[in-house]
Design a protein. Sequence first.
Length: 225
Amino acid sequence: MADKERKFKTFLVVGLGVFGVNLCRYLKKLGYSVAGMDKNQNAVDNMKNEIEILFVGDATSEETLKEIDIPSFDTCIVCFSEHIGDTILAVDNLKRSGAKYVIAKASNEKQENLLRKIGADDVIIPEKEAAFRLAYRLTHLSLKIQQFVVLGDNEILEEVQAPKFFWNKTLKELDLRKKFGITVLAIKRGSKVKVNPLPDEKIEEGDWLIIFGTKENLSRVANFE
């Protein structure tokens, strides 16, 4: 990602519990500007060596938010773990304070619907997403999946280690589109990545593949062996 793009991506994470802290760390690791906020002084102090911009304050108080330049952040994420009432107040106050885009953490779909009605631009249910990811991995145990992204209702992009029956065969020999209905978009071998590999590219043991296909077709690969 270009430095120019990172420059204009700033995040305010409200609530430095387990979820909020890890979100801060991952965003920083990806090269973005991150600020953290919590009403608990100890929670803020624990992040002093990791995040430069920190605020001690209660986001449920509109007066507190007036002391922060909320519009300067591209995205604000409310990460409270308990008390949906506090999340609702924080979302409403952030929007009133000029927040450009607010994401809220919810525990269930009822909370999600409520948060969207009061102004949240997006809502996440971490437990639901984690459960789906675990279920997907458990039903594809024959494949070593590094990560995956769900695109649309039925399409998935996966980073998966090449299964044994791929080894020492070219993409042409494997004929994955015809046999399984999947497409290899890239091959990762060590630190090198080959994008849009040619048909005569041979798959080696230890290669990581970026593949695209429907859930059903990817499951056929997982169950082939």
